[in-house]
Design a protein around this ligand. Structure first.
Ligand code: UD1
Ligand code: UDP
Length: 353
């Protein structure tokens, strides 16, 4: 029996193809939700839209400090693993849920499979980097999305026999949902026209919890919007919404909207003229859907997007954001997708048959 542990928006989206594949292969599995994300539009909406079976357990961990949140999840996951005795645990990505899930299972001697293994920003100030490194090193099956991530794992001394290059399940998710996304009316609902707007997202702790960095990335987008005449729309993560209010930041003409469901988001993403983001998944999706991307960070654990030419790193300096955006706007979106063929989930679930 496989226990699939997840807890946040990107994990639900990127694990959905694996869940589907487990269903198709009639593998015995259950979903354990940590409840790290809990607002309807950060959690349940994706279960409903992607038609996922409900979680057998939800720990309702909620928000908190890193130690407090991870600790509560660790204890809760251990309790359930002891009761359910799964043969394997699957986690995806780099959140606190992944750290708690992989650690709890590894300490109980349960085989851990890490989906999206081998990503590195080499920036230990990011909570996600610590989670990635620890999870990779306690995992038994490392599902690396690319040869590059496999190389990183080998370089850290992880035996080749534990690593399988699968592609990233985000390609599976985009392929399964993009056509469905085209049918919804998010563009019209937000008064936008295809290829006539800038789409921004930002929620990373190192950006939005720092008032000067957050101010910088708002200013960069405002300047870009004025220069290009393109309106900017920002589906805003609850963490970022809170910080805007707390720091008294003025987003000017940037259109702040609530987080979108996956179909709406994919439609706005694939129809944008340019995507500006600090999200990991969005850098990948922009690359896959052929939309130029400017990343509002100083580094990325997705260097494949830089190599492909779909993405540039701008940090949070307004001048640099505008400069990178000008360059990316002149690119034609003709790069190849480095993240696989949309069969990642098949390869991952395949090892459990
Ligand atoms: C987490 C991950 C991050 C990932 C992101 C995906 C960690 C360390 N961070 O960041 O890597 O990119 O999820 O979106 O695991 N909140 C709500 N409703 C929710 C969830 C959060 O209002 O459903 C608000 C709360 O005010 C909370 C804040 O957002 O304090 C941050 O939530 P948290 O789960 O701690 O981290 P994220 O910023 O979501
Ligand atoms: N996403 C969404 N609605 C939104 C914002 C993002 O459905 O309003 C999706 C997006 O398509 C991508 C994933 O959420 O698949 C990325 O999650 P997020 O940016 O929260 O986290 P990260 O990838 O940075 O960990």
């Amino acid at each position: 029996m496989i226990c699939i542990i997840l807890g946040t928006r990107p994990e639900i989206i990127k694990m959905a193809p694996v869940v589907r594949e487990c269903q198709r292969l009639e593998l015995e599995f259950m979903i354990l939700h940590t409840g790290q994300h809990y607002s309807y539009n950060m959690d349940r909406v994706f279960f409903e839209q992607l038609r996922l079976p409900g979680a057998k357990y939800n720990l309702e961990t909620g928000s908190g400090s890193h130690g407090g949140q991870t600790g509560r999840m660790l204890a809760g996951i251990e309790r359930i693993l002891l009761a359910e005795k799964p043969d394997a645990v699957l986690v995806q990505g780099d959140t606190n849920t992944v750290l708690a899930g992989s650690l709890a299972a590894a300490k109980l001697g349960i085989a851990v499979g890490h989906v999206e293994a081998g990503l590195r920003s080499y920036d230990r100030r990011m909570p996600e980097e610590i989670n990635r490194v620890v999870s990779d090193h306690v995992s038994d099956h490392l599902f690396a999305p690319t040869e590059k991530s496999r190389g990183i794992l080998l370089g850290e001394g992880i035996p080749d026999g534990k690593i399988l290059v699968t592609g990233n399940t985000i390609v599976d998710a985009v392929q399964q949902n993009l056509r469905l996304a085209e049918d919804n009316d998010a563009l019209a609902a937000h008064g936008l026209v295809g290829k006539g707007f800038l789409r921004k997202t930002a929620h990373r702790q190192e950006n939005v919890d720092d008032p000067s960095r957050f101010r910088g990335l708002l200013d960069g987008i405002l300047q870009l919007s004025r220069e290009t005449g393109l309106p900017a729309v920002y589906p805003i993560h609850p963490r970022s919404r809170k910080r805007i209010e707390e720091f008294g930041l003025d987003a000017g003409d940037i259109k702040l909207i609530e987080p979108l469901d996956y179909f709406e988001f994919l439609q706005l993403e694939s129809s944008a003229r340019l995507v500006l983001t600090d999200s990991g998944g969005v850098q990948e999706e922009a690359c896959i859907t052929g939309v130029p991307c400017v990343t509002l960070r100083d580094n990325t654990e997705r260097p494949e997007t830089l190599d492909a030419g779909s993405n540039m790193l701008a940090g949070t300096d307004p001048g640099k954001i505008v400069e990178c955006a000008r360059l990316m706007l002149s690119r034609k979106g003709k790069w190849s997708n480095p993240f696989g063929d949309g069969k990642a989930a098949e390869r991952i679930a395949g090892i459990y048959t």
